[in-house]
Design a protein around this ligand. Structure first.
Ligand code: ADP
Length: 500
């Protein structure tokens, strides 16, 4: 199951280029950085996968200039031709699906099953936006006074996309595809912890027929690249996916220009289970809500709100099911979840579990892990954890863990469930479980969230808008709604009355 370093190097060479050339991707070339050495760690073993040099500000500026030149060419393509190129990119992702999934699994720690599903979703993302290129346009407005007034929807120019390590390829595609579809060029800055599949995607984009430089990638530490790129007048918008703390810094930097942001940040979503719900289905979904991608997922259902009449029984059942969630090596075909991506995050999860127990939560299953596996093998493996008798004022109920840790909070009435759900700085997702259809819709209407499921959890599609409110960010990054994010409107007036 383990991969040798020569297998890994061969995989990198086939999808990206020589491992010794890893750096940024500008135009059609890998451009190694010249800064501090950054080390990619295998989350399953904590062994070094690869080293590369941090980028410097001249590379960032060169990448932006290359994007700027390419964007003019790309925007001059007909809308139909842009659609064909994006559709072709989707096809190329399908062609290389298995090696891409393998590279994603090894470097991010997600399971190969999850990586395959996300690569398939990446192909679907490009297919979806390929269809939009010639369907999103301006309109004619019936103004009074013998004048014609119409709107043009124009690309912004160059968009900076900053993405995290939890679902590197999927989140890159999710944010790049609509920007490209609307005629923008993109400078992608992936996490320094997972830079490789972004480079592979940029290479495929060129093969698909994007003008050279339309999708460039800069690899290195966030602050230098972020500050340089956001400060450069070529950048016209920032889309950021990551922690709320870093999102605030990005927002502040963008405000200096000012340019607009689209922010997809943290979450602490409430999964609300009423006593009349189908508890068997609610239990299965609660496990997925808490543990999918080993909890490294901004829309995780990390607060499980359960009506008191069924609280003890339901929480115990969820505990048993979570204990059976199989954490294993990313390339293990049977694993449900993989390791945590990086050691700081691994240690943070341990600290948060310990903090919850100190605050008075009771351990149902899981708990603080020793260093690595229970079997004392290396690797950043954590035990999926359920904490019960949690009060919504505890820090473990308020702060995002970004790991497989769910807190179970009891409630008595519908109004109390809504109050607890909304008593959070975050407002990304949520779910309600009940057989009472009127209550389901009442609760759905009142929970503060960008995404709400009724009697289900976690399904998403690129056609549907996704995004949060409050500290979970702002803007919607998918569906038709996000196309407004990547275009600017021009209102054109002309007198047309006879004799004018
Ligand atoms: P995490 O995803 O680990 O919680 P971040 O939110 O800090 O961490 O990281 C998300 C992305 O933001 C990464 O690509 C990271 O390199 C980048 N980043 C980190 N700090 C900054 C910053 N000050 N400005 C812009 N981008 C940053």
């Amino acid at each position: 199951m383990n991969h040798s370093s020569s297998d890994f190097n061969a995989l990198v060479a086939s999808l990206v280029g020589s491992p010794t050339d890893i750096g940024s991707y500008i135009g059609a070339e890998l451009v190694p950085g010249s800064g501090a050495t950054l080390t990619l760690i295998d989350p399953a073993t904590e062994q070094t996968l690869l080293q590369f040099a941090d980028t410097d500000t001249t590379i960032v500026d060169a990448a932006l200039r290359s994007c700027q030149a390419a964007q003019k060419q790309w925007a001059a393509y007909s809308a139909q031709r842009r659609g064909e190129v994006l559709a072709q990119l989707g096809q190329l992702v399908r062609r290389d699906a298995e090696p891409l999934a393998r590279l994603e699994a090894i470097t991010s720690g997600k399971t190969i099953k999850a990586a395959r599903a996300q690569v398939a979703a990446v192909a679907e993302i490009f297919r979806y936006y390929a269809g939009w290129t010639d369907k999103f346009h301006g309109s004619v407005i019936p103004v009074p006074g013998g004048q014609l007034n119409y709107t043009l929807r124009e690309p912004l120019g160059v968009v900076l996309a900053i993405t995290p390590w939890n679902s590197p390829l999927y989140l890159a595609a999710w944010n790049i595809a609509p920007a490209l579809a609307m005629g923008n060029a993109v400078l992608l800055k992936p996490s320094e912890l997972t830079p490789l599949t972004a480079l592979a995607l940029a290479r495929l984009a060129r093969e698909a027929g994007l003008p050279t430089g339309t999708l460039n990638v800069v690899n290195g530490l966030g602050k230098t690249i972020g500050d340089t790129a956001i400060g450069n007048p070529i950048t016209k918008k920032v889309v950021f996916v990551g922690s709320t703390q870093t999102g605030r810094a990005v927002n502040a930097a963008a405000a200096q220009r000012p340019i607009s942001c689209l922010l997809e940040l943290g979450g602490k979503s409430a999964n609300i289970v009423f006593d009349d719900a189908n508890l068997e289905q609610a239990c299965k979904a609660a496990v997925i809500a808490a543990c999918a991608n080993t909890g490294q997922n901004c829309a995780a259902g990390s607060r499980l709100l359960v009506q008191r009449a069924v609280y003890d029984r339901f929480v115990e059942t969820v505990g048993r099911a979570v204990a059976e969630y199989r954490i294993g090596h990313p390339l293990d075909e049977t694993a449900d979840g993989g390791p945590i991506n990086n050691r700081p995050q691994f240690e943070r999860i341990q600290r948060m579990i310990a903090m919850g127990l100190e605050e008075g939560a009771q351990l149902v299953t899981g708990g603080v892990t020793g260093d690595g596996h229970e079997s004392h093998e290396p690797g950043l493996y954590v035990k999926p954890t359920v904490l019960s008798h949690v009060n919504n004022t505890m820090r473990i109920a308020r702060e995002e863990v970004f790991g497989p840790v769910v807190v179970a909070i009891p409630f008595d009435t519908e109004a109390e469930a809504i109050d607890i759900a909304n008593d959070s700085e975050f407002a990304l997702a949520g779910a309600v479980w009940t057989r009472d259809i009127a209550r389901a819709h009442r609760v759905a209407a009142q929970v503060n969230a960008g995404l709400l499921w009724i009697n289900m959890y976690r399904d998403m599609h690129v056609a549907s808008p996704f995004g949060g409110n409050d500290s979970s960010g702002y803007g919607r990054s998918s569906g038709a709604e996000c196309l407004y994010e990547y275009t600017k409107t021009k209102s054109v007036w002309v007198p047309i009355a006879a004799g004018c």
